[in-house]
Design a protein around this ligand. Structure first.
Ligand SMILES: *[C@@H]1O[C@H](CO)[C@@H](O)[C@H](O)[C@H]1NC(C)=O
Ligand SMILES: *[C@@H]1O[C@H](CO)[C@@H](O)[C@H](O)[C@H]1NC(C)=O
Ligand SMILES: *[C@@H]1O[C@H](CO)[C@@H](O)[C@H](O)[C@H]1NC(C)=O
Ligand SMILES: *[C@@H]1O[C@H](CO)[C@@H](O)[C@H](O)[C@H]1NC(C)=O
Ligand SMILES: *[C@@H]1O[C@H](CO)[C@@H](O)[C@H](O)[C@H]1NC(C)=O
Length: 405
Protein backbone atom coordinates (compact mmCIF):
# COMPACT_ATOMS: atom_id res chain seq x y z
CA UNK A 1 0.00 0.00 0.00
CA UNK A 2 2.67 2.41 1.04
CA UNK A 3 4.81 1.50 -1.91
CA UNK A 4 1.83 1.94 -4.22
CA UNK A 5 1.41 5.51 -2.98
CA UNK A 6 5.10 6.19 -3.41
CA UNK A 7 4.87 4.81 -6.91
CA UNK A 8 1.90 6.99 -7.77
CA UNK A 9 3.68 10.08 -6.48
CA UNK A 10 6.83 9.33 -8.42
CA UNK A 11 4.99 8.56 -11.62
CA UNK A 12 3.40 11.99 -11.57
CA UNK A 13 6.87 13.46 -12.12
CA UNK A 14 9.27 13.11 -15.01
CA UNK A 15 10.92 9.74 -15.42
CA UNK A 16 14.70 10.08 -15.31
CA UNK A 17 16.25 8.43 -18.30
CA UNK A 18 19.27 8.31 -20.56
CA UNK A 19 18.68 9.70 -24.03
CA UNK A 20 20.79 9.07 -27.11
CA UNK A 21 21.17 11.64 -29.90
CA UNK A 22 18.89 11.52 -32.94
CA UNK A 23 19.58 14.76 -34.78
CA UNK A 24 21.13 18.18 -34.40
CA UNK A 25 19.98 21.35 -36.18
CA UNK A 26 22.95 23.69 -35.97
CA UNK A 27 25.48 25.78 -37.85
CA UNK A 28 25.66 25.82 -41.63
CA UNK A 29 23.08 23.04 -41.97
CA UNK A 30 20.58 24.54 -39.51
CA UNK A 31 18.11 25.58 -42.20
CA UNK A 32 18.19 22.27 -44.05
CA UNK A 33 15.19 20.25 -43.09
CA UNK A 34 12.88 23.20 -42.37
CA UNK A 35 10.07 24.32 -44.62
CA UNK A 36 9.67 28.07 -44.98
CA UNK A 37 6.06 29.12 -44.78
CA UNK A 38 5.77 31.66 -47.59
CA UNK A 39 2.39 33.20 -46.86
CA UNK A 40 0.60 35.83 -44.85
CA UNK A 41 -0.01 35.01 -41.20
CA UNK A 42 -3.38 33.29 -41.51
CA UNK A 43 -3.29 31.61 -38.11
CA UNK A 44 -2.67 34.37 -35.57
CA UNK A 45 -3.38 37.25 -37.98
CA UNK A 46 -0.26 39.22 -37.30
CA UNK A 47 0.81 42.01 -39.64
CA UNK A 48 3.57 40.04 -41.28
CA UNK A 49 4.22 38.23 -44.52
CA UNK A 50 6.33 35.13 -44.02
CA UNK A 51 8.92 34.84 -46.76
CA UNK A 52 9.91 31.65 -48.53
CA UNK A 53 13.49 30.43 -48.22
CA UNK A 54 14.76 32.36 -51.25
CA UNK A 55 13.17 35.59 -50.08
CA UNK A 56 14.28 35.18 -46.48
CA UNK A 57 17.83 34.44 -47.62
CA UNK A 58 17.93 37.36 -50.06
CA UNK A 59 16.66 39.81 -47.41
CA UNK A 60 19.02 38.29 -44.82
CA UNK A 61 16.17 37.36 -42.50
CA UNK A 62 17.49 33.80 -42.18
CA UNK A 63 21.23 33.11 -42.09
CA UNK A 64 24.04 31.69 -40.00
CA UNK A 65 26.21 34.31 -38.27
CA UNK A 66 29.97 34.31 -37.72
CA UNK A 67 29.51 32.55 -34.37
CA UNK A 68 27.83 29.69 -36.25
CA UNK A 69 24.41 30.44 -34.77
CA UNK A 70 21.19 30.56 -36.78
CA UNK A 71 19.62 34.03 -37.05
CA UNK A 72 15.90 34.31 -37.84
CA UNK A 73 14.64 37.90 -37.94
CA UNK A 74 11.83 40.31 -38.54
CA UNK A 75 12.69 42.83 -41.26
CA UNK A 76 14.16 46.06 -39.82
CA UNK A 77 15.33 47.71 -43.03
CA UNK A 78 12.06 48.47 -44.85
CA UNK A 79 10.15 51.70 -44.35
CA UNK A 80 6.52 50.55 -44.48
CA UNK A 81 3.96 53.08 -45.65
CA UNK A 82 0.45 53.35 -44.28
CA UNK A 83 -1.87 51.24 -46.44
CA UNK A 84 -5.16 49.36 -46.05
CA UNK A 85 -3.31 46.16 -45.23
CA UNK A 86 0.11 46.44 -43.65
CA UNK A 87 2.49 43.51 -43.43
CA UNK A 88 6.19 43.47 -42.55
CA UNK A 89 8.44 40.62 -43.78
CA UNK A 90 9.20 37.93 -41.21
CA UNK A 91 10.03 34.22 -41.11
CA UNK A 92 8.07 31.18 -40.08
CA UNK A 93 9.64 27.73 -40.15
CA UNK A 94 8.20 24.29 -39.89
CA UNK A 95 10.70 21.59 -39.20
CA UNK A 96 10.98 18.93 -41.81
CA UNK A 97 13.02 16.57 -39.73
CA UNK A 98 14.51 14.01 -42.02
CA UNK A 99 15.36 10.70 -40.52
CA UNK A 100 19.06 10.32 -39.91
CA UNK A 101 18.67 6.56 -39.99
CA UNK A 102 16.52 5.76 -42.98
CA UNK A 103 18.14 8.06 -45.48
CA UNK A 104 21.50 6.39 -44.92
CA UNK A 105 20.13 3.26 -46.53
CA UNK A 106 17.32 4.64 -48.68
CA UNK A 107 18.24 8.12 -49.92
CA UNK A 108 14.96 8.60 -51.78
CA UNK A 109 13.08 8.49 -48.48
CA UNK A 110 14.74 11.73 -47.60
CA UNK A 111 12.98 13.52 -50.40
CA UNK A 112 9.53 12.52 -49.32
CA UNK A 113 9.45 11.64 -45.67
CA UNK A 114 8.49 14.29 -43.20
CA UNK A 115 9.61 13.09 -39.83
CA UNK A 116 8.47 14.32 -36.47
CA UNK A 117 9.17 13.49 -32.83
CA UNK A 118 6.90 11.32 -30.75
CA UNK A 119 6.56 9.77 -27.31
CA UNK A 120 9.95 8.65 -26.00
CA UNK A 121 11.93 11.67 -27.26
CA UNK A 122 13.75 14.57 -25.61
CA UNK A 123 14.43 17.93 -27.24
CA UNK A 124 16.99 20.59 -26.25
CA UNK A 125 16.63 24.15 -27.56
CA UNK A 126 19.58 26.49 -26.92
CA UNK A 127 18.72 30.14 -27.54
CA UNK A 128 21.09 33.12 -27.14
CA UNK A 129 18.57 35.81 -28.09
CA UNK A 130 14.84 35.82 -28.78
CA UNK A 131 12.78 38.56 -30.48
CA UNK A 132 11.26 41.16 -28.18
CA UNK A 133 9.82 44.67 -28.22
CA UNK A 134 6.41 46.30 -28.56
CA UNK A 135 4.22 44.43 -31.11
CA UNK A 136 6.67 41.48 -31.24
CA UNK A 137 5.29 37.97 -30.67
CA UNK A 138 7.86 35.16 -30.94
CA UNK A 139 7.04 31.50 -30.45
CA UNK A 140 8.72 28.12 -30.59
CA UNK A 141 6.17 25.31 -30.43
CA UNK A 142 5.27 21.92 -31.79
CA UNK A 143 2.34 20.82 -33.87
CA UNK A 144 0.97 17.27 -33.78
CA UNK A 145 0.82 15.64 -37.19
CA UNK A 146 -1.75 13.41 -38.83
CA UNK A 147 -4.94 14.96 -37.47
CA UNK A 148 -6.69 18.27 -37.76
CA UNK A 149 -5.59 20.68 -35.00
CA UNK A 150 -5.69 20.11 -32.08
CA UNK A 151 -6.39 16.40 -32.61
CA UNK A 152 -2.73 15.45 -32.39
CA UNK A 153 -1.86 18.10 -29.80
CA UNK A 154 0.35 21.18 -29.63
CA UNK A 155 3.16 21.95 -27.16
CA UNK A 156 4.04 25.62 -26.67
CA UNK A 157 7.58 25.83 -25.32
CA UNK A 158 8.59 29.48 -25.82
CA UNK A 159 5.95 32.18 -26.22
CA UNK A 160 5.36 35.72 -25.06
CA UNK A 161 4.44 39.17 -26.37
CA UNK A 162 5.43 42.83 -26.28
CA UNK A 163 7.39 43.72 -23.11
CA UNK A 164 6.40 40.66 -21.08
CA UNK A 165 9.27 39.59 -18.83
CA UNK A 166 8.46 35.90 -18.45
CA UNK A 167 7.85 32.97 -20.76
CA UNK A 168 4.59 31.02 -21.01
CA UNK A 169 4.25 27.32 -21.73
CA UNK A 170 1.07 25.44 -22.70
CA UNK A 171 -0.44 22.32 -24.16
CA UNK A 172 -3.35 22.32 -26.59
CA UNK A 173 -5.41 19.16 -27.06
CA UNK A 174 -8.95 17.92 -27.48
CA UNK A 175 -11.41 17.63 -24.58
CA UNK A 176 -10.34 15.20 -21.86
CA UNK A 177 -6.74 16.39 -21.61
CA UNK A 178 -6.01 18.55 -18.58
CA UNK A 179 -3.11 19.34 -16.32
CA UNK A 180 -3.39 17.06 -13.28
CA UNK A 181 -4.03 18.92 -10.02
CA UNK A 182 -0.97 17.20 -8.56
CA UNK A 183 1.23 18.93 -11.15
CA UNK A 184 1.43 22.07 -8.98
CA UNK A 185 3.79 20.21 -6.61
CA UNK A 186 5.87 18.90 -9.48
CA UNK A 187 6.69 22.16 -11.27
CA UNK A 188 8.30 25.49 -10.44
CA UNK A 189 6.00 27.51 -12.72
CA UNK A 190 2.49 28.80 -11.93
CA UNK A 191 -0.54 27.24 -13.59
CA UNK A 192 -2.84 29.85 -15.15
CA UNK A 193 -5.22 27.42 -16.84
CA UNK A 194 -5.67 23.70 -16.29
CA UNK A 195 -7.90 22.66 -19.20
CA UNK A 196 -5.80 21.97 -22.29
CA UNK A 197 -8.86 21.91 -24.57
CA UNK A 198 -9.78 25.56 -24.02
CA UNK A 199 -8.69 28.05 -26.70
CA UNK A 200 -5.77 29.35 -24.68
CA UNK A 201 -4.59 25.88 -23.68
CA UNK A 202 -3.39 24.77 -20.24
CA UNK A 203 -0.92 27.52 -19.48
CA UNK A 204 1.99 27.56 -17.05
CA UNK A 205 3.82 30.84 -16.44
CA UNK A 206 7.60 30.61 -15.88
CA UNK A 207 8.78 31.80 -12.46
CA UNK A 208 12.53 31.58 -12.98
CA UNK A 209 14.07 34.97 -13.81
CA UNK A 210 15.19 36.03 -17.30
CA UNK A 211 13.02 33.63 -19.27
CA UNK A 212 11.86 36.16 -21.88
CA UNK A 213 12.72 39.42 -23.63
CA UNK A 214 15.51 41.80 -22.69
CA UNK A 215 16.25 40.00 -19.42
CA UNK A 216 16.71 36.75 -21.29
CA UNK A 217 19.08 38.38 -23.79
CA UNK A 218 21.13 40.19 -21.12
CA UNK A 219 21.67 36.92 -19.26
CA UNK A 220 23.08 35.34 -22.44
CA UNK A 221 19.90 33.44 -23.18
CA UNK A 222 19.26 29.94 -21.92
CA UNK A 223 18.20 26.40 -22.70
CA UNK A 224 14.85 24.61 -22.75
CA UNK A 225 14.46 20.86 -22.48
CA UNK A 226 11.24 19.04 -23.33
CA UNK A 227 10.61 15.43 -22.42
CA UNK A 228 7.72 13.85 -24.32
CA UNK A 229 7.18 10.63 -22.43
CA UNK A 230 4.45 8.10 -21.80
CA UNK A 231 4.49 9.45 -18.21
CA UNK A 232 3.82 13.04 -19.33
CA UNK A 233 5.21 16.13 -21.01
CA UNK A 234 7.79 18.03 -18.93
CA UNK A 235 9.43 21.35 -19.80
CA UNK A 236 12.59 22.71 -18.14
CA UNK A 237 14.14 26.15 -18.54
CA UNK A 238 17.56 27.29 -17.38
CA UNK A 239 18.90 30.81 -17.79
CA UNK A 240 22.48 30.68 -19.16
CA UNK A 241 24.29 30.68 -15.77
CA UNK A 242 22.14 27.78 -14.50
CA UNK A 243 22.37 25.46 -17.52
CA UNK A 244 23.27 22.02 -16.05
CA UNK A 245 26.76 20.70 -16.76
CA UNK A 246 25.40 17.67 -18.61
CA UNK A 247 23.93 20.05 -21.21
CA UNK A 248 26.58 22.77 -21.06
CA UNK A 249 29.42 20.36 -21.79
CA UNK A 250 27.54 18.13 -24.25
CA UNK A 251 28.36 17.83 -27.92
CA UNK A 252 25.89 16.68 -30.56
CA UNK A 253 27.09 13.11 -29.90
CA UNK A 254 26.73 13.05 -26.12
CA UNK A 255 24.03 11.05 -24.38
CA UNK A 256 21.88 13.10 -22.02
CA UNK A 257 20.95 11.82 -18.57
CA UNK A 258 17.95 13.74 -17.23
CA UNK A 259 18.59 12.76 -13.59
CA UNK A 260 20.16 16.11 -12.68
CA UNK A 261 17.52 18.22 -14.43
CA UNK A 262 15.67 18.92 -11.18
CA UNK A 263 12.12 20.23 -10.97
CA UNK A 264 10.63 21.12 -14.37
CA UNK A 265 9.13 24.55 -14.95
CA UNK A 266 5.96 22.96 -16.34
CA UNK A 267 4.72 19.43 -15.69
CA UNK A 268 1.87 17.73 -17.52
CA UNK A 269 1.77 14.25 -15.99
CA UNK A 270 -0.22 11.58 -17.79
CA UNK A 271 -1.57 10.15 -14.54
CA UNK A 272 -4.99 11.73 -13.75
CA UNK A 273 -4.28 14.50 -16.22
CA UNK A 274 -3.55 13.99 -19.88
CA UNK A 275 -2.81 10.62 -21.46
CA UNK A 276 -0.04 11.81 -23.77
CA UNK A 277 -0.11 8.65 -25.92
CA UNK A 278 -3.79 9.22 -26.57
CA UNK A 279 -3.89 12.99 -27.11
CA UNK A 280 -0.50 13.67 -28.71
CA UNK A 281 0.79 12.47 -32.05
CA UNK A 282 4.32 12.91 -33.35
CA UNK A 283 5.23 16.59 -33.19
CA UNK A 284 6.81 18.93 -35.75
CA UNK A 285 8.71 22.01 -34.56
CA UNK A 286 7.50 25.48 -35.55
CA UNK A 287 9.52 28.67 -35.07
CA UNK A 288 8.17 32.10 -35.94
CA UNK A 289 7.87 35.74 -35.09
CA UNK A 290 4.70 37.62 -35.82
CA UNK A 291 3.71 41.23 -35.12
CA UNK A 292 0.51 42.38 -33.35
CA UNK A 293 -2.19 39.83 -34.26
CA UNK A 294 -4.66 37.99 -32.08
CA UNK A 295 -2.66 38.23 -28.83
CA UNK A 296 0.07 40.92 -28.97
CA UNK A 297 -2.18 43.30 -30.91
CA UNK A 298 -5.37 43.10 -28.84
CA UNK A 299 -5.68 46.76 -27.71
CA UNK A 300 -6.12 46.27 -23.95
CA UNK A 301 -3.42 43.56 -23.88
CA UNK A 302 -1.04 45.64 -25.99
CA UNK A 303 -1.54 48.72 -23.83
CA UNK A 304 -0.72 46.84 -20.62
CA UNK A 305 3.01 46.95 -21.49
CA UNK A 306 3.37 49.24 -24.53
CA UNK A 307 2.50 52.81 -25.57
CA UNK A 308 0.38 53.94 -28.52
CA UNK A 309 -1.19 51.52 -30.98
CA UNK A 310 0.24 48.21 -32.06
CA UNK A 311 0.24 48.53 -35.86
CA UNK A 312 0.45 52.26 -36.45
CA UNK A 313 3.17 52.93 -33.88
CA UNK A 314 5.34 49.94 -34.70
CA UNK A 315 4.77 48.07 -37.95
CA UNK A 316 4.28 51.26 -39.98
CA UNK A 317 7.37 53.40 -40.60
CA UNK A 318 11.07 52.56 -40.50
CA UNK A 319 12.04 49.16 -39.15
CA UNK A 320 14.98 50.42 -37.17
CA UNK A 321 15.46 50.84 -34.26
CA UNK A 322 12.04 49.34 -33.40
CA UNK A 323 12.80 45.87 -34.74
CA UNK A 324 16.55 45.75 -34.08
CA UNK A 325 15.92 43.31 -31.21
CA UNK A 326 13.32 41.24 -33.09
CA UNK A 327 15.57 38.29 -33.91
CA UNK A 328 16.28 34.74 -32.79
CA UNK A 329 19.86 33.59 -32.34
CA UNK A 330 19.99 29.81 -31.95
CA UNK A 331 23.17 27.76 -31.42
CA UNK A 332 21.37 24.44 -31.73
CA UNK A 333 18.23 22.35 -31.47
CA UNK A 334 18.99 18.71 -30.58
CA UNK A 335 16.67 15.73 -30.47
CA UNK A 336 17.15 12.47 -28.57
CA UNK A 337 15.41 9.18 -27.98
CA UNK A 338 15.25 7.19 -24.74
CA UNK A 339 18.07 4.65 -24.79
CA UNK A 340 15.73 1.71 -24.20
CA UNK A 341 13.85 2.66 -27.39
CA UNK A 342 16.94 3.27 -29.50
CA UNK A 343 17.63 0.56 -32.02
CA UNK A 344 20.89 -1.37 -31.96
CA UNK A 345 22.95 -0.34 -34.97
CA UNK A 346 22.47 -3.74 -36.64
CA UNK A 347 18.70 -3.32 -36.86
CA UNK A 348 18.81 -0.02 -38.71
CA UNK A 349 18.38 -1.47 -42.15
CA UNK A 350 14.65 -1.65 -42.75
CA UNK A 351 13.38 -4.44 -44.93
CA UNK A 352 10.09 -3.72 -46.56
CA UNK A 353 8.66 -7.14 -45.75
CA UNK A 354 9.45 -6.97 -42.07
CA UNK A 355 8.56 -3.32 -41.57
CA UNK A 356 5.03 -3.73 -42.85
CA UNK A 357 3.75 -6.03 -40.15
CA UNK A 358 6.41 -5.86 -37.51
CA UNK A 359 7.45 -2.24 -37.20
CA UNK A 360 11.13 -2.03 -36.42
CA UNK A 361 12.47 0.07 -33.59
CA UNK A 362 13.84 2.43 -36.22
CA UNK A 363 10.31 3.68 -36.86
CA UNK A 364 10.08 5.09 -33.38
CA UNK A 365 13.79 5.80 -33.18
CA UNK A 366 13.50 8.24 -36.03
CA UNK A 367 10.81 9.91 -34.02
CA UNK A 368 8.58 9.38 -37.00
CA UNK A 369 4.88 8.90 -36.86
CA UNK A 370 5.74 5.25 -36.93
CA UNK A 371 5.26 4.68 -40.62
CA UNK A 372 8.29 2.70 -41.54
CA UNK A 373 9.87 3.52 -44.88
CA UNK A 374 8.22 1.60 -47.66
CA UNK A 375 5.24 0.80 -45.51
CA UNK A 376 1.78 2.10 -46.11
CA UNK A 377 0.40 0.82 -42.87
CA UNK A 378 0.51 3.53 -40.27
CA UNK A 379 -1.78 1.72 -37.86
CA UNK A 380 0.57 -1.10 -36.93
CA UNK A 381 3.35 1.36 -36.55
CA UNK A 382 1.32 3.55 -34.21
CA UNK A 383 0.79 0.49 -32.08
CA UNK A 384 4.52 -0.06 -32.05
CA UNK A 385 5.09 3.37 -30.57
CA UNK A 386 2.59 2.85 -27.78
CA UNK A 387 3.92 -0.66 -27.27
CA UNK A 388 7.45 0.59 -26.81
CA UNK A 389 6.15 3.41 -24.61
CA UNK A 390 4.31 0.85 -22.52
CA UNK A 391 7.43 -1.26 -22.30
CA UNK A 392 9.28 1.75 -20.99
CA UNK A 393 6.61 2.32 -18.35
CA UNK A 394 6.79 -1.30 -17.31
CA UNK A 395 10.56 -0.95 -17.12
CA UNK A 396 10.21 2.06 -14.85
CA UNK A 397 7.63 0.31 -12.68
CA UNK A 398 9.89 -2.71 -12.42
CA UNK A 399 12.76 -0.57 -11.22
CA UNK A 400 10.61 1.23 -8.67
CA UNK A 401 9.00 -1.92 -7.37
CA UNK A 402 12.47 -3.35 -6.97
CA UNK A 403 13.45 -0.31 -4.97
CA UNK A 404 10.45 0.07 -2.74
CA UNK A 405 8.96 -3.34 -2.13
C1 LIG B 1 -3.39 29.33 -44.46
O1 LIG B 1 -2.83 29.32 -45.74
C2 LIG B 1 -2.32 28.07 -46.14
C3 LIG B 1 -1.57 28.24 -47.44
O2 LIG B 1 -2.34 28.93 -48.38
C4 LIG B 1 -3.46 27.07 -46.24
O3 LIG B 1 -2.96 25.80 -46.61
C5 LIG B 1 -4.13 26.98 -44.88
O4 LIG B 1 -5.26 26.14 -44.96
C6 LIG B 1 -4.55 28.35 -44.39
N1 LIG B 1 -5.01 28.25 -43.01
C7 LIG B 1 -6.09 28.87 -42.58
C8 LIG B 1 -6.41 28.70 -41.13
O5 LIG B 1 -6.77 29.57 -43.29
C1 LIG C 1 -3.09 43.97 -39.63
O1 LIG C 1 -3.42 42.64 -40.05
C2 LIG C 1 -4.76 42.28 -39.82
C3 LIG C 1 -4.91 40.82 -40.20
O2 LIG C 1 -4.51 40.60 -41.50
C4 LIG C 1 -5.67 43.15 -40.66
O3 LIG C 1 -7.03 42.83 -40.39
C5 LIG C 1 -5.43 44.58 -40.29
O4 LIG C 1 -6.17 45.39 -41.17
C6 LIG C 1 -3.95 44.92 -40.44
N1 LIG C 1 -3.75 46.28 -40.01
C7 LIG C 1 -3.39 47.22 -40.84
C8 LIG C 1 -3.29 48.61 -40.30
O5 LIG C 1 -3.12 46.99 -42.01
C1 LIG D 1 3.09 9.39 -41.50
O1 LIG D 1 4.13 9.72 -42.38
C2 LIG D 1 3.89 9.20 -43.69
C3 LIG D 1 5.16 9.41 -44.49
O2 LIG D 1 5.48 10.76 -44.54
C4 LIG D 1 2.68 9.90 -44.27
O3 LIG D 1 2.41 9.42 -45.57
C5 LIG D 1 1.49 9.63 -43.38
O4 LIG D 1 0.38 10.37 -43.81
C6 LIG D 1 1.79 10.02 -41.94
N1 LIG D 1 0.71 9.57 -41.10
C7 LIG D 1 0.31 10.26 -40.07
C8 LIG D 1 -0.79 9.65 -39.28
O5 LIG D 1 0.81 11.33 -39.78
C1 LIG E 1 -3.60 5.98 -22.80
O1 LIG E 1 -3.92 5.96 -24.17
C2 LIG E 1 -3.42 4.81 -24.84
C3 LIG E 1 -3.67 5.01 -26.32
O2 LIG E 1 -4.98 5.40 -26.57
C4 LIG E 1 -4.08 3.58 -24.26
O3 LIG E 1 -3.55 2.44 -24.89
C5 LIG E 1 -3.78 3.52 -22.76
O4 LIG E 1 -4.45 2.45 -22.18
C6 LIG E 1 -4.19 4.78 -22.08
N1 LIG E 1 -3.72 4.78 -20.71
C7 LIG E 1 -4.53 4.98 -19.69
C8 LIG E 1 -3.89 4.94 -18.32
O5 LIG E 1 -5.72 5.22 -19.83
C1 LIG F 1 18.73 45.84 -37.87
O1 LIG F 1 19.00 45.20 -36.64
C2 LIG F 1 20.31 44.70 -36.52
C3 LIG F 1 20.39 43.99 -35.21
O2 LIG F 1 19.42 43.00 -35.19
C4 LIG F 1 21.31 45.82 -36.60
O3 LIG F 1 22.63 45.31 -36.54
C5 LIG F 1 21.12 46.59 -37.88
O4 LIG F 1 21.96 47.70 -37.89
C6 LIG F 1 19.66 47.02 -38.04
N1 LIG F 1 19.45 47.55 -39.38
C7 LIG F 1 19.27 48.84 -39.62
C8 LIG F 1 19.03 49.22 -41.02
O5 LIG F 1 19.32 49.65 -38.73
Amino acid sequence: MRSALVLAALLAGPASAIYVPLHEYAGSTFFDGWDFWGNVDNTTWGNVTYLDRAGATAQRLAYVNSAGNAIIKVDNTTNIALAPLVNRPSVRHILRAYSTITHAVAPQVRLTSKESYGVGTLWLIDVVHMPYGCSVWPSFWTLGTGKEWPGAGEIDIIEGINLMSHNQMALHATAGCAQAASAAQGQSGTTLEGDCSLDRGCIVAENKPNSFGVGFANAGGGVWAVQMDVSGVFIWFWSRPQVPDIIRTATSKTNIDTTAFGLPSAAYPAASGCNITQYFGPQQFVLLTTLCGSWAGVPNIYSSTCPGQCVSDNVIGPGSPKYDTAYWEIPYIRTYIADNLAPPAASLVPSSSSTRNVPTPSASATGGNGTAPGSSDGKNAAKAISATGGAMLIGILGTLVGTFV
